[in-house]
Design a protein around this ligand. Structure first.
Ligand SMILES: [Zn+2]
Length: 340
């Protein structure tokens, strides 16, 4: 259902954009006094320019700008490409001089601003795109990550980029595999994978086990993604690897059936500060959610938070901090997944 709504909205926008595009190019060509304009040529020009723009965007995605500085560097060539290349295509399709093509292209270029407003409206109301930045949700959602082989089952296992990068090598490193086995490995092979990009729907109400994007009260500018364990009104306790709500053990959904939630019981530095233990149960108010990462030993989630949002306990994600429910992983293509 979320696929129908999300991609239906994008498809509708695409169709409208195509019609507007062709209409305005027609107006532009008439203005530039280009002769012999047929619908066939217009559609051909549309497909060629669109094909080029898709290739350009995929190229940018593949280049994976890791921070904003790099992506700003891309702006100038991108702008150049969106003006120069379509003009060359129009010039070729309609056998017009380049200056005439530029004139013909101008009205359409203006309307692409309208398309951007459409995209902005969709991201504002329906769905928003995010890039995963940490390993706390591995193996379900992956940030840029080192990967290896699980010694227990041979499946791919993942570790946290920060464990290997900040301060060099933290060994042995915690890993989690596709089957949720937790192991410490002395060495990780030098194989890295890209971060997942995902869509989050703003119109969905979070249910238990959903993955949500939220603003962490202690760091409201960074979007965090975690799994909803506790709903408003619940009392959450984690024991023997499982989560309990109001004294009832919560059955895990099949796709995360092997997950073991940890409470750092053998870590004297942390164990007395963990929320959601028998000694410190997490009691949720009418607007509060309790969230955990799937990579439990490496996840800084509700269990470990110290300062909450004003008027809420430290372990709570207040409803107003929730940005959306994760519905799809859309990139990289081999990680495509519908999550709700
Ligand atoms: Zn395994």
């Amino acid at each position: 259902m979320t696929s129908v709504i999300t991609f239906g909205a994008y498809l509708a926008l695409l169709v409208v954009a195509a019609v507007v595009w062709i209409l305005f190019l027609r107006i532009g060509l008439r203005w530039a006094k280009v002769a012999d304009v047929t619908l066939r040529k217009l559609v051909l020009a549309f497909f060629l320019v669109t094909l080029f723009e898709i290739a350009l965007r995929v190229g940018v995605l593949l280049a994976v700008p890791r921070d904003r500085v790099q992506s700003w560097i891309l702006v100038a060539p991108l702008l150049g490409a969106t003006i120069v290349v379509p003009c060359v295509i129009i010039s070729w399709v309609f056998k017009a001089r380049l200056v005439r093509s530029l004139q013909a292209w101008l009205p359409t270029l203006m309307t692409s601003a309208v398309s951007w407003i459409g995209v902005w409206a969709i991201t504002g109301v329906l769905a928003k795109a995010f890039v995963i930045s940490s390993a706390s949700m591995a193996p379900t959602l992956l940030g840029r990550h080192p990967r290896g082989i699980c010694p227990e089952c041979g499946a791919t296992c993942y570790s946290s980029a920060s464990a290997l990068e900040s301060g060099g090598d933290e060994t042995p490193v915690d890993t989690i595999c596709e089957a949720f086995h937790l192991h410490k490995l002395d060495e990780m092979p030098d194989a890295w994978g890209a971060a997942d990009r995902l869509l989050a729907a703003k119109y969905l109400k979070p249910r238990r086990w959903d993955l949500i994007v939220f603003r962490f009260p202690e760091d409201p500018d960074t979007p965090y993604v975690m799994r909803v364990i506790g709903l408003p009104g619940d009392e959450i306790v984690i024991e023997n690897g499982a989560a309990y709500a109001n004294g009832e053990r919560l059955p895990l959904p099949a796709e995360i059936g092997n997950i073991k939630y940890v409470t750092f019981a053998d870590d004297p530095w942390v164990r007395d500060r963990v929320w959601g233990t028998r000694a410190r149960p997490a009691r949720l108010g009418p607007q509060d959610y309790f969230v955990l990462g799937d990579f439990s030993p490496r996840s800084r989630d509700s269990r470990l938070w110290e300062t909450g949002a004003p008027g809420h306990p430290p372990y709570a994600v207040p409803a107003e901090n929730i940005v959306g429910v994760v519905t799809h992983i859309y990139w990289p293509p081999n990680r495509w997944r519908v999550l709700r």
